[in-house]
Design a protein around this ligand. Structure first.
Ligand SMILES: [Zn+2]
Length: 78
């Protein structure tokens, strides 16, 4: 099952959630405030394309990107 990163619009909390296929974002409750106003973060190379709030300051460089394949968690071509 894929692991997604979520950002809570209600309290600003960031958290990871393992989601089954078919899970919709509205099913996800923030572990901090319990609200369902979360948005799923996109993959690293997609950051910035849907950033409307300006609050998400995530640097792809801090994710340890693999220079060869742009994966954030590459173990095959290092
Ligand atoms: Zn929250």
């Amino acid at each position: 099952m894929p692991l997604y990163e979520y950002y809570c619009d209600a309290c600003g909390n960031n958290f990871d959630k393992i989601c089954k296929a078919g899970t919709i974002d509205k099913d996800i409750a923030c572990p901090k405030c319990g609200k369902h106003e979360n948005r799923r973060k996109l993959s690293v190379f997609s950051f910035g394309t849907r950033n409307s709030s300006g609050d998400l300051k995530l640097s792809p460089a801090s994710k340890g990107n693999c220079a060869s394949c742009s994966s954030s968690n590459c173990s095959s071509c290092g």
